[in-house]
Design a protein around this ligand. Structure first.
Ligand SMILES: [Zn+2]
Length: 340
């Protein structure tokens, strides 16, 4: 039996690269905001927000975000959600996080995308000051959006590009139903100015989608990348270019990207020296924490401190931050890492 306790893992310095703001709002906060905003709330908030252990598919998983989005249409709600997420992260010693969201989903009641970004920035800056968790934002283009909308999101991302503000661009939503190709001009715009890019790929679709993400959209990291092993010729470019895999074990089982945790390739990938990172995806939707994700991996695959440290250091080295900031994260991780 593995000897690492949840408490041990909680205390370790950790880095999280893949977490969505809208699927990580505390259920009680959704309730309070909904009541204050006069929104009709379901009796059972948790059922509306939290996925069962296994969903129908990714599209079914994504329906769990609707209610949270409904309350995230004001600046104060966005600010609070961002602030509380850093508070939750501080409780488990996440030292750096990249928090992603689609600003175009929060403009239903009159906010501009810039006002959405400003509100999230305000919440994160206050949270960072109070809880000492460094944070950057990633803006998400959505696969089902028209390409012109993705272009606008990319322009917003570039206009707000700063190590303590927006740090990268993402492509999210239903990968099985929509290709990435129509969004190539948005990602070329980002690539042209050197803005970092990550793409959700290899989750609901297979290796072809990963190839498209890397070769057409210029992905420097992959959201999930679970299905990479369907085409082992992709291992070499992923290894050589250090295209980090932002894996989210609980979510990957819920969306049926894998049939079970035991079948999850994360341990195989780690052993094959692929750049693996561990993340939550949606803390509320998946009812999890980064501690819980790591704990599951220690139980399922016998991961020890060495494995955890390797993936945390990979996350630090893959952060969308300047070299000196990555080095600083690495220094903090090694300094706080327990003696064995
Ligand atoms: Zn995601």
């Amino acid at each position: 039996m593995n000897s690492i306790s949840k408490e041990n893992i909680r205390a370790l310095p950790k880095v999280e690269l893949h977490v969505h703001l809208d699927t990580s709002v505390r259920p009680e906060t959704v309730g309070e905001l909904g009541t204050a905003q006069g929104i009709n709330l379901p009796n059972d908030l948790k059922t509306a927000l939290v996925c069962p252990p296994v969903c129908e598919d990714l599209a079914d998983y994504l329906t769990r975000v609707e209610l949270a989005l409904e309350v995230l249409q004001t600046a104060s709600a966005l600010e609070r959600a961002a602030y509380e997420l850093l508070e939750d992260m501080a409780r488990e010693n996440v030292i750096y996080a990249e928090i992603r969201y689609a600003p175009q989903l929060c403009i239903r009641r009159g906010l501009s995308m810039q006002q959405v970004i400003d509100a999230v920035t305000a919440g994160l800056h206050t949270g960072q000051e109070q809880f000492s968790v460094r944070a950057g934002q990633i803006l998400c283009c959505l696969r089902h959006d028209p390409s012109a909308m993705s272009h606008e999101v990319a322009q917003c991302a570039i206009a707000n590009w700063h190590p303590s503000k927006v740090v990268g661009l993402d492509l999210a939503a239903d990968e099985a139903a929509h290709r990435g190709f129509p969004h190539r001009t948005a990602f070329r715009l980002a690539q042209g100015v050197g803005m970092p890019r990550t793409i959700h790929a290899g989750e609901a679709a297979g290796a072809e989608s990963i190839r498209e993400a890397i070769t057409v959209l210029g992905a420097q990291r992959l959201g999930h990348g679970v299905r990479l092993e369907e085409d082992p010729t992709l291992f070499e470019p992923v290894r050589q270019q250090q295209i980090a895999l932002e894996m989210c074990p609980t979510s990957n089982v819920q969306t049926r990207a894998v049939s079970s945790l035991a079948a999850h390739p994360i341990d195989r990938y780690l052993k094959q020296d692929l750049p693996v990172t561990v993340n939550t995806d949606g803390r509320t939707t998946s009812n999890t924490t980064l501690t819980q994700e790591y704990y599951k991996l220690t139980q399922q695959f016998g991961w020890g401190l060495v494995d955890i440290q390797q993936t945390v250091l990979t996350a630090a080295a893959s952060a969308f931050q300047p070299d000196e900031e990555q080095a600083e994260l690495r220094r903090i991780i090694l300094q706080q890492w327990p003696e064995r």
